[in-house]
Design a protein around this ligand. Sequence first.
Ligand code: XMP
Length: 607
Amino acid sequence: MPLSPSSPAAHDTIIVLDYGGQYAHLIANRLRRLRVFSEILPPDAPLREMTNLKGVILSGGPNSVYDPASPALNPDLLESGLPVLGLCYGHQLLAQALQGRVTPGTTREYGSARLKILRHEGVFKGLADTEEVWMSHGDTVSELPRGFTVLGATDDCPIAAMGHSGRRIYGFQFHPEVTHTEHGLDMLDNFIDLCDCRRDWTMENFVGEAIREIQNRVRDRNVFFFVSGGVDSTVAFALCNRALGEERVTGLYVNNGFMRKDETPFVQAALHAAGFHNLRVVDASDRFLAAVAGVTDPQEKRRIIGGAFIEVRDTALGDLDLDPEHWMLGQGTLYPDIIESGGAQHAAVIKTHHNRVDIIHELLARGLVLEPLAQLYKDEVRQVGRELGLPEALVERHPFPGPGLSVRCLCSNGEADPAPDSALRRVEDLAEAFGLRGTALPVRSVGVQGDFRTYAHPAVLSGEANWRVLESASTALTNAIPEVNRVTFLLRPAALPPLRPKAATLTRDRLDRLRDADDVVMQALEEFGLMDDIFQMPTVLIPLTSDGEDEIVVLRPLSSRDVMTARFAEIPLEIAQEIADRIMALGGVAAVLYDVTHKPPATMEWE
Ligand code: XMP
């Protein structure tokens, strides 16, 4: 990994050393919100070679300091004289390295705890006598290193926070970076003060610096972008336009036929609003639809669509005859995509797939790919979009998968695929225990359990319920019945009509039906002010019919931070029912369901 991917103008920096998991990104993101530039590096990064370094945070991680294979403390760290804050595993590493003592735990402790603050200075300046903090640990620090004092304790953890104010070294057993630690941001803010750090990381500054950097890198060449309409590629495109002027930037938007309703005019209008008019549009929907005609298998659909995209892209690049001596290729890659840890791997796999095209490999190898957002997190990209004058409706958009609505339009050869009778009876019995009716649908959707993928039946619950009852029922059903990996709740009509599978593939008619339903959902989220609260909300069309014509629709609102895990989002029930009424009013819809399954056990998308 490069020390600093494309380090911006000299910003004072706090480094996060990554000991595993998602924590490191969360910490760096919080520091940046406090306007300090922060980067993630591996535990053994050569810190002494870094300029502008003002402090170091050691992240938490899944290891025990007693495991011989666990990452050790960076040898440069204690000699550097820099302020250090160790969190969880980092706290234990500090205690061990400085001759304190860490006691191995036999069980892991998770959850909220009351931290009694013993010294209201330094990292705890301005905090209350007790603070709500989030704990997640196995081992604990049982003896302080020499010269350290206890700064905070909980009932179960007498050394929950320690510090050596002379050396400016601190350790917390809890996680200040998670929102469950109510004043965690204030603690990080105090640490920044102790680092004597200039707070100059703002998106206003970033735009100015990025423009200069783009101009320096591109020199007298031009830049070509594939613009998908997603936040990242659109903001990257707009930023390059601002840096180089419209005549030197070309954007190409490929309509693959699986886009949202009125997507093309929406993206054009959003760019126009910011003063950019240089987006070309290619309608390749016939070609994509022809390629998937008659295909029902989900993985086959994905493979064909990925392949077709590469062909269309190659053709477009070939047609434009972009001489690499005079052109660079722009991409909207974000910071988590280029850091090799946790959830980023997921993104990396998807990216590798789409970037497999030879011409792009060649451009990458020759340094002809421009990634102006490669240092930013999503929330920062949104802020840059606002700075550039892009409309709120674009910068607040939810992430949308590359294969688009194709993965939300389930297909079938028309054969029934019912759950076994025994499983159906267990669904009915368990539902009844929650005061509800229950059945399982004769189709399958994807789920994930541990490292395993499941392909099993969705259950449908109906009756009077609230989200708490539905959450408990959902967990009970998916835990108890192996044939069920997903649970939904019937919003409309009052009772589920008898349904049978129908043969259905990716046709324009079905995609239009799904587009209309999806559009109702997106508009309702805007109207009811719910867009920000929800990470993503797939609307899914399922080929089960009551009259041979109609199909059923599922709403899948989600909360998630990193897409590796997710919770079903709780839209107020009256609003969910209102949305269902509007979808029923479109016609051709037999029922509207609400997916009430977390990930795991169900994936976010249905296939
Ligand atoms: P799952 O369904 O795996 O989704 O829980 C996790 C996240 O990944 C997105 N997703 C995709 N994105 N190509 C993409 O570019 C795909 O084939 C694909 N499948 C899922 C999904 O929307 C969610 O954000």
